[in-house]
Design a protein around this ligand. Structure first.
Ligand SMILES: [Zn+2]
Length: 97
């Protein structure tokens, strides 16, 4: 079964993420000070609010779109908010990078 491609990161998105890392991670990884990073997914992922067990509700679940980036030395992982980063708009559509 083929995976959907709607939330795939483009080379332009990857360049934007690399630029953010270069601009803001001047001291390297906050744990080991390593300076080598990998974008850990080829698409935007989501953090989701955990539903209350046993509670049936029509309230919307909160999703936060993120791009995970992993330190190649110690495996510490951070998440960029995909909307604030500019790879996704507030309606959940991918930008063109
Ligand atoms: Zn590290």
């Amino acid at each position: 079964m083929e995976r959907p491609v709607g939330d795939l990161l483009t080379p332009q998105h990857n360049a934007l993420i690399a630029a953010k890392m270069k601009e803001h991670a001047k001291n390297g990884c906050p744990l080991c000070h390593g300076e080598s990073w990998t974008i850990a997914s080829d698409r935007v992922l989501v953090l989701a609010e955990r539903p209350t067990p046993g509670l049936i509700t029509s309230a919307p679940v909160v999703f936060i779109p993120v791009v995970p980036v992993v330190c190649n030395t110690c495996s510490f992982q951070m998440h960029f908010n995909a909307i604030a980063l500019g790879v996704m708009d507030k309606e959940g559509q991918m930008t063109h990078g």
